[in-house]
Ligand binder design. Structure first.
Ligand code: ZN
Length: 487
């Protein structure tokens, strides 16, 4: 087998998404699952460089909205962790504990949790820092990894026992401000995930049985993967005063009264959002990176023989010099690979724009642009390279995002009976709108009957309550929810 054949993806995304995903993770060198701790994977340079760019957009947006960064310890004393009863119940089973240290295996005085999320690390300090209304609002975030002893099967980026995220933890004097923060977190999600990464999603208010442990309400953004299953992306939680009471976070208000604060938290998991970038934008040839977050935006491939080598390589460097102030550019001048091999190599990695230059092009003072998203080729005059590259990358960014939006819109359905719900989920996937009586019995029935269809909640910010009959028990109800099979 030739090297070019080994490099390519051998299954179609639409035919076997699971195998396609496995191949892309391996062939684009995104992650290696062979690390010898179960559920832990290695993230390799191409994915990390992409995720660093994703972090940059996210953090810039959060800072622009008044957040400041902080770094809290990874270890949380058990006594902190147990302060909020619902939180313990929700996360207790997922915690990795540190119980001893040193070569003698000396037992620690207190068990330490490796943070599964940082409420109980941060709020202990918030109780010390917040004194009066002048200290509010307090809006902090940290970028870090967290550890969860997941029972479900792990897959790189989608679910692993260690993942990378940003967690925002905000404190306010009033409930109204906390509610406004939840809306702002949704705006951040829209501006960054949709606006910069091209990932469409819908925000749902989760049913009470599925909210964050310790929250009053949970709002979570779901997207749809190519196999029709929902993938949860960022969630924002209205914590109310639950943690304030557990951690004794109080402030003296303007009226002299001592009051508990109101809190929210927000958790975009960058490593998981990257799974959506892979799945939603990718095609049968490999990744399709939105230019905004591609580690290399333009790859220049010189095409030469022995006699033209020197001239063509010089020309390739000249092209790079024209655009590398504005873009992330690389010349692939490796002599040991053929141009065809290189095309494939960068296509699998999803680089948005390829510029080819050979002796024939040089004679005509031109280069050839090849778009990764559409495969279209275009001849471009040497003098126009910078301006055309800018135009082209903008176009690609837009097109990638538009395609994803279209896919999402095509995966919204409606069902009036469990039979049609089951059929739609099996044959089409995506979200299926149903009336639901809000009983746990009917939610459980739906899940069992549809092979894992889960109620994602009511759509946030869109008024779609409608009188109808519960899809299972036929009780009259206004509540309209969306069901999807999920990761
Ligand atoms: Zn019902």
């Amino acid at each position: 087998m030739k090297m070019s054949e080994q490099e390519g993806i051998t299954v179609k995304k639409g035919e076997n998404f699971s195998e396609w995903y496995t191949q892309i993770v391996e062939k684009a060198e995104l992650s290696d699952i062979r690390y010898n701790v179960k559920g832990f994977v290695v993230f390799r340079p191409w994915s990390v460089m992409s995720m660093e760019l994703m972090y940059d957009f996210l953090e810039a947006e959060m800072r622009a909205k008044g957040h400041k960064p902080a770094w809290f310890p990874a270890l949380i004393p058990e006594s902190n962790f147990k302060k909020e009863a619902d939180h313990v119940e929700g996360f207790g089973a997922e915690v990795f504990w540190v119980t001893e240290a040193g070569s003698e295996g000396k037992k620690l005085e207190e068990r330490l949790a490796m943070r599964p999320t940082s409420e109980t690390a941060m709020y202990n300090m918030y109780a010390l820092w917040i004194r009066t209304w002048r200290d509010l609002p307090m809006k902090l975030y940290q970028r870090c990894q967290v550890w969860r002893y997941e029972g479900k099967a792990t897959r790189p980026f989608i679910r692993s026992r260690e993942f990378y995220w940003v967690e925002g933890h905000d404190v306010f004097a009033t409930q109204e401000e906390a509610e406004a923060q939840v809306a702002e977190d949704m705006e951040v999600t829209e501006n960054v995930l949709h606006g910069k990464y091209g990932i469409p999603f819908i925000f749902f208010q989760r049913p009470q049985h599925d909210k964050f442990a310790g929250a009053v309400n949970t709002y979570a953004a779901d997207t749809i993967m190519p196999d029709g299953r929902a993938l949860q992306l960022p969630s924002t939680h209205l914590l109310g005063q639950n943690f304030a009471k557990a951690f004794d976070i109080k402030f003296a208000d303007k009226d002299g009264q001592e009051k508990y604060v109101w809190q929210t938290c927000y958790g975009p998991a960058v490593s998981r959002i990257f799974a959506a970038v892979i799945g939603i934008h990718g095609d049968d040839k490999g990744l399709v990176m939105p230019p905004n977050i591609s580690p290399v935006q333009i790859v220049i491939i010189p095409i030469y023989d022995d006699s033209s080598k020197k001239k063509v390589l010089e020309a390739a460097d000249g092209i790079k010099a024209k655009v590398d102030k504005q873009f992330r550019v690389e010349v692939d001048a490796r002599d040991e690979y053929t141009p065809g091999w290189k095309f494939n190599h960068w296509e699998v990695r999803g680089v948005p724009l390829r510029i080819e230059i050979g002796p024939k092009d040089m004679k005509k003072d031109q280069v050839v642009f090849v778009r990764r998203d559409s495969g279209e080729k275009e001849e471009v005059k040497q003098t126009k390279i910078a301006v055309e590259a800018k135009r082209m990358l903008r176009k690609i960014q837009k097109n990638v995002s538009k395609k994803a939006d279209k896919y999402m819109k095509g995966h919204m359905h409606r069902a009036n009976t469990t039979r049609s719900l089951k059929k739609t989920l099996r044959e089409k996937g995506g979200f299926v709108k149903v009336n639901w009586c809000e009983s746990d019995e009917c939610a459980d029935y739906i899940k069992a009957e549809t092979d894992g269809g889960v109620i994602r909640g009511t759509r946030f910010g869109v008024e779609d309550r409608k009188r109808g009959k519960c899809v299972h028990c036929k009780k009259e109800t206004d509540t309209v929810v969306y069901v999807a099979r999920q990761y």
